[in-house]
Design a protein around this ligand. Structure first.
Ligand code: FES
Ligand code: FE2
Length: 373
């Protein structure tokens, strides 16, 4: 055996520079975040016409807006005159139009150019042609997903399909009725790690016994190191004594009405490439959106979604939130501990995956293929 051959139980990870090289990150911005369906906003965060949110998608600033017909639209946040950013605030509401702060070109909520100084003296300007540049947008599960590609990939294959593949069928997710749920808590994490470390960590449970004492108490099978995602359709079962998906295993809330009996007392984890994790438990949903900002920094927005009744009645969600908040902090600390070592000569050729992590190899293959495309 030469020193480069690996025992059959180990396969290689990506080399370290994939997590540190700004050029790799630039390729990911172009071929992953801009070219795929990228989940940006909870639809309910834009309640009325004129509500907007500014989000970063790859290299572009994008405005997501509730338009007058009640639907959501997205535009590049770039004035068609001389390119000033239309919005600099992260979110807010305008009455009926966006006005560029530079020379006051003004666009309606559908992106059309409706006013500009001396515009009537330029009758040859087509107001739609010189409107804001639209971006593809789809709403699903109560979130807006955008795609900057000219020809977006199939939403049904890439997003709906990823969930169907994991749960065993695409209809299962409907039982949680995510679009009717309400955000009970949102926590934003500023993680000093590459987004792929966060995905890879989410995909495996080899670390669960080491770093997630509360989670393995609620889901004893996680102590074996096999992630729920390892088996199609499998949901990890709550421990016998456990009453609910809470930090101390005490009772949670009523099961959401659509959740089937055989999905009760179970936890399902789903990765939707490139940046979304969905966690399903009987009484709530934990929904992660990643916003990679640099090769070594990722903002993660995590929503805890409950039935409207639970949130509007003011019931205390803190024990329920605390469980996954601790899991998040434990996971992100592990990713931050890993990031600095990615540039070490010890990791120049990468590390290894044990059998319960081998499925991460498919993620690496997928990524390298996208970057080469
Ligand atoms: S750059 Fe926007 S109006 Fe001139
Ligand atoms: Fe974890």
């Amino acid at each position: 055996m030469t020193t480069t051959e690996k025992p059959a139980s180990l396969i290689s990870t990506l080399p370290g520079h994939y997590y540190t090289d700004p050029q790799v990150f630039a390729l990911e911005q172009a071929h992953v975040f801009e070219d795929m369906w990228f989940c940006v906003v909870r639809s309910g965060d834009l309640p009325t016409p004129g509500s907007f949110k500014k989000v970063q998608v790859g290299r572009e600033s994008v405005l997501v807006v509730r338009s007058r017909d009640g639907g959501l639209r997205a535009f590049l946040n770039v004035c068609r005159h001389r390119g000033a950013q239309i919005c600099t605030e992260d979110s807010g509401a305008v009455k009926r139009a966006f006005q560029c702060p530079y020379h006051a070109w003004t666009y309606d909520l559908e992106g059309k150019l409706i006013a500009a100084p001396n515009l009537t003296k330029m009758p040859d300007i087509d107001r739609v042609e010189y409107g804001l540049v639209p971006v593809h947008l789809r709403e699903w599960l109560g979130y807006a997903w955008v795609c900057l590609a000219k020809e977006p990939p199939s939403f049904e294959d890439d997003v709906v399909g990823a969930i169907g593949e994991r749960l065993g069928d695409v209809e299962s997710i409907d039982r949680w009725e995510l679009d009717s749920l309400t955000v009970g808590r949102r926590i934003t994490y500023d993680v000093k790690a590459n987004w792929k470390l966060i995905i890879e960590n989410f995909m495996e449970c080899y670390h669960c016994a080491t770093i997630h004492p509360e989670l393995t108490e609620v889901l004893p099978e996680f102590a074996d190191g096999y992630a729920a995602q390892f088996f199609v359709g499998h949901g990890a079962e709550f421990g016998e004594e456990v009453q609910g998906f809470t930090v101390d295993g005490t009772e949670g809330f009523d099961k959401l009405p659509g959740v089937a009996e055989d999905q009760d007392r179970r936890y399902y984890a789903i990765t939707v490439r490139p940046t979304v994790f969905v966690n399903l438990v009987p009484d709530h949903v934990i929904f992660h959106r990643m916003f990679p900002v640099a090769e070594d920094r990722t903002i993660v927005e995590c929503d805890w979604l409950y039935s409207r009744d639970v949130v509007e009645s003011g019931r205390d969600v803190s024990r329920s939130v605390e469980l996954f908040h601790r899991v998040n902090e434990q996971d992100f600390a592990a990713c931050e501990r890993t990031q600095p070592a990615m540039s070490s000569r010890a990791y120049a050729n990468g590390g290894v995956l044990v059998p319960s992590e081998h499925h991460i190899g498919a993620f690496h293959e997928w990524l390298t293929q996208r970057l080469s495309g």
